[in-house]
Design a protein around this ligand. Structure first.
Ligand SMILES: NC(=O)c1ccc[n+]([C@@H]2O[C@H](COP(=O)([O-])OP(=O)(O)OC[C@H]3O[C@@H](n4cnc5c(N)ncnc54)[C@H](O)[C@@H]3O)[C@@H](O)[C@H]2O)c1
Length: 411
């Protein structure tokens, strides 16, 4: 089942639990606006190259739409649509005053030079500048884009609309980016995991962890878990997987990775086959890489007691059913990885206020938002007698539905 079908299925289940009016249900699923633009740029060798860019703006009942822009050869409108919808529910679960959006350009960023990427980003911004904005739609980095991409969008947008740092988040600190934004998703994963484990009388220290992915989210989650006394006993990325029953030395692994080392050449663990990683014995499994990695083939063999969905959509619906039957507790992506969008919200607030916060304040506020969302999510589980995924979906969908009704959607 693709991401759009799975997201829509979860939405429909939540709508049924909430008893939503069928017309409102239908209206909530339909995107507000879908944009498709052709971006033609001169390449460094003087030839012309054309790329298709998308922006799906899903819903703005609760505030300006918010979501990443990815540069990837397989960016497809259906997936962008699903991710835009997920952002609507995620921002509502996190209780930040935003709707949802997502965008992307079908390109291979690794095959473009820095100046080609800059030209492509500027042309894309020229085509969509009158449809995004500080109070309309606020892009952020996603796969294949980064703080530099946001800096170019901010600069190009400002040529049309005046100095507008709050039009994008995930900017470099020198241009109004927030302290703590880089670590925010991983730190949010830590806070979410702490909140969940506490429900079962457990804590980070004393628990064992397996982490898939050692990029932005995975490496921050691993470092913070390690600092809190958690034992990361297996870890993998695209370069291979390792295990160490005594606990992997995460700072040493970070150093190894930052020096260009591959996972399998790290001396602090034994190499294992990557297919063993997700089914490795542990208390907590944290997928921080790709979507759909837990499926009907490997789900029956998962030995973790808890799965924290730090990646977007890592568990396909068949795996979800299998894990639920096995009694594995799955903390869903729309809550577990919302730390990034929460600190993006703080960045936007700081830009609008023209006042920068210190990192301690950012982390303290993030902690409050993650804990509060968890309490609200749990209350929905109790009210609707459902699992954590449905608790999160009913929480998010209900907030968006309430805002839509209050604004008067049928007039
Ligand atoms: N970065 C954020 O703020 C953020 C926020 C919310 C959700 N997410 C989600 O978290 C996930 C990771 O994002 P990121 O920003 O850390 O990306 P990233 O590109 O920094 O890291 C991705 C990691 O996944 C690994 N990986 C790729 N293919 C793999 C494979 N086949 N097997 C094992 N590992 C593989 C890579 O080696 C890398 O370590 C994605 O699903 C993303 O959508 C990220």
């Amino acid at each position: 089942m693709n991401a759009l079908a799975a997201t829509s299925r979860n939405f429909r289940q939540a709508a049924r639990l909430l008893g939503l009016d069928s017309k409102l249900e239908k209206s909530l699923l339909i995107p507000f606006r879908e944009i498709k633009v052709e971006c033609t740029i001169p390449k460094d060798d003087g030839t012309l190259a054309s790329f298709v860019g998308f922006r799906v703006q899903h819903d703005n009942a609760r505030g300006p739409m918010k979501g990443g822009i990815r540069y990837h050869p397989e960016v497809d409108p259906d997936e962008v649509n699903a991710l835009a919808q997920l952002m609507t529910w995620k921002t509502a679960v996190a209780a930040v005053p935003y709707g949802g959006a997502k965008g992307g350009i079908g390109c291979s960023p690794d095959e473009l030079s820095r100046s080609e990427l800059e030209r492509l980003t500027r042309v894309f911004t020229q085509k969509i500048h009158d449809l995004i904005g500080t109070h309309t739609d606020i892009p952020a980095p996603d796969m294949g884009t980064n703080a530099q991409t946001m800096a170019w969008i901010f600069d190009e947008y400002s040529k049309f609309h005046g100095h507008s740092p709050a039009v994008v988040t995930g900017k470099p600190i020198d241009l109004g980016g927030s302290l703590g934004r880089d670590a925010a998703t991983g730190r949010g994963v830590l806070y979410a995991t702490e909140a969940l484990l506490a429900e079962y009388g457990k804590s980070i220290s004393g628990s064992t962890f397996v982490i898939q992915g050692f990029g932005n989210v995975g490496s921050w989650a691993a470092q913070l878990i390690h600092e809190k006394g958690g034992k990361v006993i297996a870890l993998g990325d695209v370069t291979g997987s390792i295990r160490n029953k005594a606990g992997i030395d995460i700072p040493a692994l970070m150093k190894h990775r930052n020096e260009g080392g591959h996972m399998k050449n790290f001396h602090g663990g034994d190499v294992i086959d990557s297919s063993e990683l997700l089914v490795h014995e542990c208390d907590v499994l944290i997928p921080c890489a790709l979507g759909g990695v837990l499926n009907r083939e490997n789900a029956p063999h998962v030995k973790a007691k808890f799965v924290i969905e730090a990646a977007n959509h890592p568990t396909d619906p068949e795996a979800d059913e299998i894990l639920t039957k096995k009694g594995v507790i799955v903390l869903p992506d729309i809550y577990a990885n919302s730390g990034g969008v929460v600190v993006s919200y703080f960045e936007w607030v700081q830009n609008i206020q023209g006042f920068m916060w210190d990192e301690e304040k950012v982390n303290m506020e993030l902690h409050k938002y993650m804990n509060s969302a968890f309490q609200h999510l749990k209350a929905m589980c109790k009210l609707h007698d459902c699992n954590l995924r449905m608790g999160a979906f009913t929480l998010g969908v209900n907030r968006v539905a309430r805002a839509t009704l209050l604004r008067g959607w049928e007039a």
